[in-house]
Design a protein around this ligand. Structure first.
Ligand SMILES: *Cc1c(COP(=O)(O)O)cnc(C)c1O
Length: 724
């Protein structure tokens, strides 16, 4: 019998008094992380310990002295707050009525939706992400919890997470691998018969691979994480789940076998029999084979089984370049699937053909081609990306015209309660709640955000300036500590941002350092950039952050290039690179800079989401017309460039447009204050950015689309079948 871990949790926290023992449940449910008032029940215990735990309540509770907890359990003021939070928490977990149940009535709630993704960006204490794909998945789960969508999720417990970044004084990225302390993370072991951690063998795959399972609670959503680092596996297999996206092809194939086949099987062991599945990118697509195998084992023909699987599958593709899709040689497939093929009710070649991309000279098994052919609902992640995907995958359906290729789009969105700064939320609350007390529940309605015009400019500006000072202080204090503690070289203290000025116009650029994102684009014309940056009365500063993939030397080269500019005296310390970009630093940056810069080569940015996070907080987006910005830009809510493709030297042409916009529009607008010291025209633009982008590019709007266009038709199909 698979058992719950709550009793175990209590065993591990014997020093937490009974009166406030709910804190343990709360700590293990990430729901706290998107509810500012809930965060406070942890912070109020001891704000220093809270900061030192890096906002990780599990770690903090484990380390707090018993005395502190006993004092809290006797403090009436603390208890009042605690009781309010706990009753909200219990209500949230046991809610019977939600947006989902109000709109859709299905008899088979017991057979829910399963969501598969190779990465999740949920909170910095869980380093199971590399970038945007992960945050999209994390935000999807949080939103499904808020809307009451009946969903379970599957992913990996990466014990080494993604790399930590240190930049050497030559600007070259060093990767520091840090092993996750599983006992201090908000994850729990899935147990078997109380005392043993559940271990399962990935079915019918030979040589065998074993996995154990962890659980993360994301509000009402359970996320199961697979971990192969156990003694049942040999050292090579133990390493399958050490890191994200290993470069070794065979190891990568094994990762995807574990995720898709192992993941589906684990759900089954846990008694979860999803009627519908949603694949976030092609990595987990083997789950579809496992679903076919289950149906064939129930005496269905291969044809019938694959029809049923197809009609109940939603597939989201994220990658607009052919090389970005995983594909495996047939010989490698045979090595692991040799026994498996025969259980699918058909022959090997039929299966391999499902992953065949016409005109592929190598004849590989392409995970995306397979997923596309095996799912009823398939989508790109922005309108433009839908178009690019139809073109790219046209060879799979040569008989139909490109515009009728069955790949649509659902534009990404961000989880508003996660990415809206708490101070900004308080301000909105002050002006929205008198006429719309439930505004946060209706935040995907554009009407709600019209009220932003009721906020006096000076109040919005004051909050923005406060967030900007918070960002600059954080960067400077980090550097100061490095200077004092580790004796960092003076030049690195400057390039890390110690000369930043909270009053200067501040541009932020933070994302993965992939070549196509062109982090160094703005350095095309150094002299012109210097004039912009060093204007004595109207200075401009730029803050960079981001990691290159450990195997991406081109990306590391760009990073080094940017880093070397931060060293130059003639930029006056106004260009900074902040190390180790992750969820926490992202929160500071998207709340605290003035302008968010985005410069990919079109159409390589399938969507992009960091600009949405920025816009939501009144940070104005300045972006090339690609991904979501093609839909979002309305001429008044930000800046756009790169709409025409130049004959040659696109980099130069795009950079010139950026300088043009900075010199003519951004700098004057920012520095034109009226007598009251407020740049009213700038604030007007901030308001326009928030008002137009917040509702449309919210995860709420996005998940509602997935539900009504993808999940509900698939659930209806499944229900119809179950009736038979
Ligand atoms: C949102 C986010 C991303 C994705 O940003 P893009 O604009 O899609 O590149 C990457 N990393 C972190 C830490 C994020 O918060």
């Amino acid at each position: 019998m698979v058992t719950d871990q709550s009793e175990r949790m209590q065993r591990e926290f014997p020093h937490v008094p009974e009166r406030i023992s709910g804190l343990v449940d709360l700590a293990y449910n990430l729901w706290w992380s998107w509810n500012p008032a809930v965060k406070m029940v942890f912070k109020q215990l001891n704000s220093r310990a809270w900061i030192e735990s890096i906002h990780n309540p599990v770690k903090m509770l484990k380390e707090l002295p018993e005395e502190t907890l006993i004092n809290a359990s006797k403090n009436p003021r603390y208890l009042r707050h605690y009781d309010i939070v706990m009753s909200r928490f219990r209500r949230e977990l046991h809610q019977k009525n939600s947006w989902f149940t109000e709109h859709f009535s299905y008899s088979n709630h017991r057979s829910p939706i399963a969501y598969f993704s190779a990465e999740y960006g949920l909170q910095h204490s869980l380093p199971f992400y590399a970038g945007g794909l992960g945050f999209l998945a994390g935000d999807h789960l949080k939103e499904c919890s808020d809307l009451g969508v009946p969903l379970f999720a599957v992913g990996f417990m990466y014990s080494e997470g993604y790399l930590h970044q240190h930049i050497g004084s030559d600007g070259w990225q060093e990767n520091i691998q840090e092993v996750l302390n599983r006992d201090a993370a908000p994850i729990t072991r899935v147990m078997y018969n109380h005392d043993n951690q559940l271990v399962v063998r990935v079915p019918f795959i030979d040589p065998p691979i074993y996995v154990t399972v962890w659980k993360v609670q994301v509000g009402n959503i359970s996320l199961y994480l697979l971990d192969t680092d156990i003694i049942e596996n040999d050292p090579v297999n133990r390493a399958i789940t050490h890191r994200l996206y290993t470069g070794d092809r065979e190891q990568r194939l094994k990762q995807e076998i574990v995720l898709g086949i192992g993941g589906n099987y684990v759900l089954d062991i846990l008694g979860i029999r999803p009627s519908v599945i949603h694949l976030n990118e092609g990595h987990p697509a083997f789950a579809l084979l496992e679903r076919i195998r289950e149906n064939v084992a129930d005496n269905m023909s291969f044809e019938e089984a694959s029809y049923r699987v197809r009609e109940t599958t939603i597939f989201t593709t994220h990658t607009p370049v052919p090389a970005g899709h995983d594909a495996f040689p047939h010989s490698l497939m045979d090595k692991y699937f040799n026994h498996y093929y025969s259980l699918l009710g058909t022959d090997r070649d039929t299966i391999l053909r499902l992953g065949h991309m016409p005109q592929d000279p190598e004849g590989l098994f392409n995970m995306t081609a397979f997923a596309l052919q095996m799912s009823a609902f398939k989508n790109g992640v922005s309108e433009k990306h839908g178009e690019v995907s139809r073109q790219m995958w046209h060879p799979l359906w040569p008989e139909i015209p490109e515009e009728q290729i069955p790949i649509g789009h659902i534009t990404n969105g961000v989880h508003v309660p996660t990415w809206l700064d708490p101070k900004m939320e308080l301000l909105l609350n002050k002006y929205f709640s008198p006429s719309c007390p439930n505004w946060l529940d209706e935040h995907d309605s554009p009407r709600v955000w019209e009220m932003i015009d009721d906020i006096p400019d000076e109040e919005l500006w004051a909050v923005h300036m406060q967030l900007k000072r918070k960002l600059v202080n954080r960067i400077r204090e980090h550097k100061r500590r490095k200077w004092v503690g580790e004796g960092a070289e003076p030049i690195n203290v400057i390039s890390g941002g110690s000369l930043l000025d909270p009053n200067a116009l501040t541009i932020g650029f933070a994302r993965r350092f992939s070549s196509y994102k062109r982090a160094d684009l703005i350095f095309q014309d150094i002299e012109r950039l210097k004039r912009i940056v060093n204007d004595r009365w109207r200075p401009v500063q730029i803050i960079f952050a981001g990691k290159a993939h450990p195997a991406d030397d081109a990306g590391k080269k760009i990073l080094q290039n940017v880093y070397q500019y931060t060293h130059r005296q003639d930029f006056g310390g106004r260009i900074a690179f902040v190390e180790d970009y992750g969820e926490q630093l992202a929160q500071y940056l998207v709340h605290g800079v003035d302008v968010w810069l985005n410069t990919p080569i079109p159409p390589m940015e399938a969507c992009g989401t960091s600009g949405m996070k920025a816009s939501l907080n009144g940070v104005i987006h300045m972006s090339i017309l690609d991904g979501w910005w093609i839909e979002g830009f309305n001429t008044k809510n930000g800046w756009a460039f790169g709409d025409t493709v130049p004959e040659h030297n696109r980099d130069r042409a795009d950079a010139e447009q950026i300088y043009e916009i900075l010199e003519r529009e951004v700098v004057p607008l920012f520095y034109t204050n009226s007598d009251d010291g407020i740049p009213h025209m700038w604030v007007k633009k901030m308001k326009e950015a928030i008002k137009t982008n917040a509702p449309r590019f919210s995860a709420r709007r996005m998940v509602k689309e997935y539900v009504s266009r993808g999940y509900v038709p698939a659930l209806a199909f499944a229900e119809e079948k179950y009736k038979k």
